[in-house]
Design a binder for this molecule. Structure first.
Ligand SMILES: Nc1ncnc2c1ncn2[C@@H]1O[C@H](COP(=O)(O)OP(=O)(O)OP(=O)(O)O)[C@@H](O)[C@H]1O
Length: 628
């Protein structure tokens, strides 16, 4: 039976760094405005830069093992990034090549290619046969070689055999030598490249694909081709060595705001993003060289690749990116992932000011400053430059109308517009933002009108109330806008009263307004929804009269929290109750990998956010938002 033996490196446990290549695909015909400049460009064979979204006057530079520009051919990608690792599998070592990147950025093109432009997979398999033939011809080699293949996909965290389409979810096991095995997976011996083609082409059609907004034939699974080379010594003691090559076409990292995914697509997307997140953690751990535990077991993908990622394996990650602006945020996060996945020579986020000839979206000075990324001299320069804009053009009118909004609002609006208007130019982006701003303004006006009415009603109620009853606090000056200290004081004064319950004597109880705020209920009961006692029990003291929050108020508060979770920067997140620096960073990381939180409960996916903590988080933040 084949057994893994120490290689020339002594089978050491030392981790090998994953080589990271980045491939930029060309502009796709018919996409976007052909006059649009790319948001990313190569500088040389290892360096590239992308416009900094926080400050379009700057770029962020990255350094990788290899950068393949738009003109790079399939053959060049293969020769530079893949061919050098193939001889290792004839020596009983493992290797893996995987294509990573956003949906539609060219992973399948890189790995599979087309009839005219074959990709990494057919080229690598052909090369393996060439290497074996060369060894067979060599007189002094002393080994016999055999080549075999398996082909599978990981779909929704299930391992499915693409050579035997009706097979069930297959288990992943590990033998005593730490080799990863998949019992039940079809393994077929190949005697030539044409044998491979006959099996591979129809099996590829079994792969799960579907149309998303970004790619008509989007891969919904990770496709994994395993090529095994077993070599057996001709003479005694007939040693046998097995080298494995995994060629992986990963499903696209997805931002569901942009793919338009819903229902089953959304579920698939969750599984895809989870496994890619785990892959990023594994690659990080391997490259750091210091991680105590590499989290292979956290997803099927990494578990399967365990013996071919790290250890003595040779791994190459080809990160595919797209040049169009509509892919900007996906590209940015794919590059950050890729940069994390290797030792960075330059600082990954070093910002350098360069002249960017075409700036698709101009930003105001306030934005530059608020983003905190501009250098002082830049800030001053931008301040000076801004003046003419204020005087006139339609661009600047729209643009300056943004300045009343908070920085976050503006960034969110811009980001949303950049993402949603795939085929539109900068001017319409600005018009959209101005429209959003108008909408917000209208809402604010409605809110103010409502508050005026509430004030009036509150005054009437006060006049009516008996002279013996003193209100708990004066509600007349600023109804519904009480400052937080008042709320804190109130809660402190009434230690037995549960959060969100206030005294029945509060004048607000007489407001006949249901939707806006709180309404009195003349029943003792637990607050609805998430607002329950910290230990999950009913009110122990039996407070005579409680307040129950109107559902809509709760929903609004939750929406508000969700909005911050999905769009807030580090500072905004830290502004939430019970979110410190570490949690805020975890949230940002989660969001980057998985896209937005669909519901508040998704927060429990963050490390350290237990159910109890989550419940407490929601309660305090609802309280806090009501206090505001
Ligand atoms: N280097 C390239 N040269 C020419 N066309 C390319 C290149 N890269 C990608 N394309 C084309 O771009 C489109 C999307 O590419 P592809 O399907 O490979 O993306 P993907 O990253 O695999 O997407 P998904 O994750 O959704 O499966 C395809 O039509 C493909 O032919």
């Amino acid at each position: 039976m084949a057994q893994r033996v120490a290689g020339s490196d002594g089978g050491s446990k030392k981790t090998s760094r994953v080589r990271v290549a980045v491939r930029l695909r060309p502009y796709m015909c018919g996409q976007d405005d052909p006059s649009e400049q790319p948001c990313v460009r190569g500088l040389d064979s290892q360096n590239l830069e992308i416009i900094n979204w926080r400050n379009a006057m700057e770029t962020v530079k990255y350094h990788f093992d290899v950068f393949h520009g738009e003109q790079t051919t399939q053959q060049e990608v293969f020769l530079t990034s893949v061919k050098p690792i193939l001889p290792h599998i004839l020596n009983g070592q493992n290797a893996s090549v995987f294509a990573y990147g956003p949906t539609g950025a060219g992973k399948t093109h890189t790995m599979l290619g087309t009839g005219e432009q074959p990709g990494v997979i057919p080229r690598a398999v052909r090369e393996v046969f060439n290497l074996v033939r060369a060894k067979d011809k060599a007189q002094d080699d002393g080994w016999n070689y055999s080549v075999g293949m398996s082909y599978m996909e990981i779909y929704n965290e299930k391992v499915l055999d693409l050579l035997s389409p009706n097979s069930p979810d297959l288990p992943i096991r590990e033998d005593k030598d730490k080799n990863i095995l998949i019992p039940g997976l079809t393994h077929t011996t190949l005697s030539s490249f044409s044998d491979f083609e006959k099996l591979f082409v129809p099996a590829t059609l079994n792969r799960t694909t579907a149309s998303t907004k970004l790619n008509q034939r989007s891969s919904r699974s990770h496709a994994i081709l395993l090529i095994k080379v077993v070599r057996t010594q001709r003479s005694l003691p007939h040693r046998q060595q097995t080298g494995k090559l995994y060629l992986v076409d990963l499903a696209g990292s997805e931002d569901n705001r942009r793919t338009g995914n819903q229902g089953i697509r959304l579920k698939e997307s969750g599984a895809i993003n989870l496994s890619l997140f785990t892959l990023s953690k594994v690659v990080d751990a391997l490259n750091s060289g210091t991680a105590v535990r590499v989290p292979y077991r956290d997803s099927k993908l990494t578990r399967l690749l365990q013996d071919s990622l790290g250890g003595s394996a040779h791994s190459v990650m080809i990160t595919n990116i797209a040049p169009e602006y509509k892919y900007y945020f996906d590209t940015f996060s794919a590059l950050n992932f890729a940069a994390k996945s290797k030792l960075i020579v330059n600082k990954p986020f070093t910002r350098e000011t360069v002249a960017v000839p075409v700036l698709p979206v101009k930003r105001s000075r306030e934005e530059h400053e608020a983003a905190g990324s501009g250098t002082e001299p830049n800030k001053k320069k931008q301040k000076d430059e801004k003046k003419p804009e204020q005087d006139g053009s339609s661009h600047s009118t729209n643009y300056n109308s943004l300045t009343e909004l908070s920085v976050m609002e503006r960034l969110i609006a811009l980001e949303k517009r950049m993402m949603s208007c795939q085929d539109r130019d900068g001017q319409s982006v600005l018009q959209d933002v101005a429209e959003s701003r108008r909408e917000i303004q209208e809402l604010k006006e409605k809110q103010m009108e409502f508050e005026r009415k509430a004030l009036l009603l509150s005054q009437l109620a006060k006049e009516k109330s008996s002279s013996t009853e003193e209100p708990v606090f004066d509600n007349t000056s600023a109804p519904l806008q009480r400052k937080r200290p008042n709320v804190t004081k109130l809660v402190k004064q009434q230690a037995v009263v549960q959060p969100l319950q206030v005294s029945q004597r509060q004048p607000l109880q007489q407001l006949p307004v249901k939707k806006q705020s709180v309404c009195v209920i003349k029943k003792e009961k637990k607050l609805s929804g998430l607002v329950e006692l910290p230990d999950g029990k009913e009110n122990p003291k039996g407070v005579a009269m409680g307040f129950q929050l109107d559902e809509s108020v709760l929903d609004q508060s939750k929406e508000k929290i969700l909005h911050i979770l999905n769009t807030g920067c580090l500072k905004d997140l830290k502004g939430l109750q019970q979110i410190g620096d570490k949690k805020a960073k975890l949230i940002l990381g989660w969001r980057e990998i998985n896209g937005p939180f669909i519901k508040l409960e998704d927060l429990m996916n963050i490390e350290g956010m237990s159910e109890k903590r989550f419940s407490s988080f929601v309660k305090t933040n609802i309280l806090s938002s009501l206090g505001k």
